[in-house]
Design a protein around this ligand. Sequence first.
Ligand code: PGA
Length: 251
Amino acid sequence: MRTPMIAGNWKLHKTLGEATALVAELIPAIAGNNHVEVVVAPVYTALHKVAEAISGSNIKLAAQNCYAEAQGAFTGEVSAPLLKDVGCQYVIIGHSERRQLFGETDESVNRKVHAVAEAGLGTILCIGETLEERENDSMLDVLRRQVRFALRNLSTEQMAHVVIAYEPVWAIGDAGIPATSDYADARQAEIIATAEDVLGRRVPCLYGGSVNPENCQELIQCPHIDGLFIGRSAWKVEGYLDILTRCAAVI
Ligand code: PGA
């Protein structure tokens, strides 16, 4: 089993000063920790400074999105090779906020997953069903479709760098209700089986959506939960450290 990943998605938050201050506190606090793979995902503008600040530490860097083309006349976009150049190891692709607010489709997600793989970076592929899809019992079809589409035509070598983050849309953010560990684990098992069918290998699958210090231990101990993907609770160093410490105690 690979080391569980605990990723903090900072979304559209943090100035350069705030971003570097967070990692400056995090680095000494987790030095020597090898129980979990710690990943932070700042905004684009903070990536370079955070990359410098975490250099030589055991923290990894993720971008929150990228464009599907490497370069060209695409004003305002940022490509996967540029994210590699700045020091990222991972790119988050297909977060539900991107699907809901910025028109990401299964097809654009697939193109981006290819672009990330092509650049030699790891993908954190976000998938998840909406409340409506859960209530009309189509979530399994939706999750399977999202996985199959996103991973289409990846080579065996490219597949090795994909991590899935299962985030039920109804569990994310201030209005979100965290999934019970039983619900999350059952969905994760289905997602893992689908990904295995496509890729021929066991893909790590994180859970995300209202993860907090109170529910993190129960979630991380589920057999099909290989790590956690955290929004709000990772925005303050105390909250993130609390989760890292609690998880390390039960892994
Ligand atoms: P949350 O966000 O932990 O604040 O619910 C999770 C996410 O959107 O990735």
